[in-house]
Design a protein around this ligand. Sequence first.
Ligand code: ATP
Ligand code: MG
Length: 183
Amino acid sequence: MHLKSLTLRGFKSFASATTLRFEPGITCVVGPNGSGKSNVVDALSWVMGEQGAKSLRGGKMEDVIFAGTAGPSGRPPLGRAEVSLTIDNSDGALPIEYSEVTITRIMFRNGGSEYQINGDTCRLLDIQELLSDSGIGREMHVIVGQGRLDSVLHADPAGRRAFIEEAAGVLKHRKRKEKALRK
Ligand code: ATP
Ligand code: MG
């Protein structure tokens, strides 16, 4: 299983539809400051169901919708943001009968939102369940945000262990165990 492509439409600085294709191996996104590199990473978190505005580097959830640009060649704000992530599932890692799976999240400025799996409307829960055992998804994927690399490198042994446990997917079981023991 690997990520094949990511399409952004009206998401943050990506007013026009923009598709990034990922080949197997390492993908590197380069560009000047403010060109939208971190916005691409935010789009990945968002389409996988991220619900926290702060994790998406915004104040409120609507901040992911293209807010318009000033100046003579400026563009007006848009009313909706849409991100689609296509995952190669030819190894069947995702519990669904498709060799290619596209998950889509759409959000409207009036607050409404929609999720889709291969074009069919679904619930956020369906996306979370689809991704939950695959090592990706809101709780599982490991995104080390800008400036966080320092905190990984400078963490004390306990802190470093927490990072590794999160990456290995152990943390959720530890949390469940702690919760069960408290009862
Ligand atoms: P750096 O190298 O400094 O980390 P970067 O390439 O990661 O830069 P981003 O943080 O992804 O840059 O992009 C920031 C840009 O995105 C800013 O110019 C900001 O105005 C723009 N931006 C963020 N949200 C929106 C939005 N909702 N509408 C329009 N533009 C937005
Ligand atoms: Mg950045």
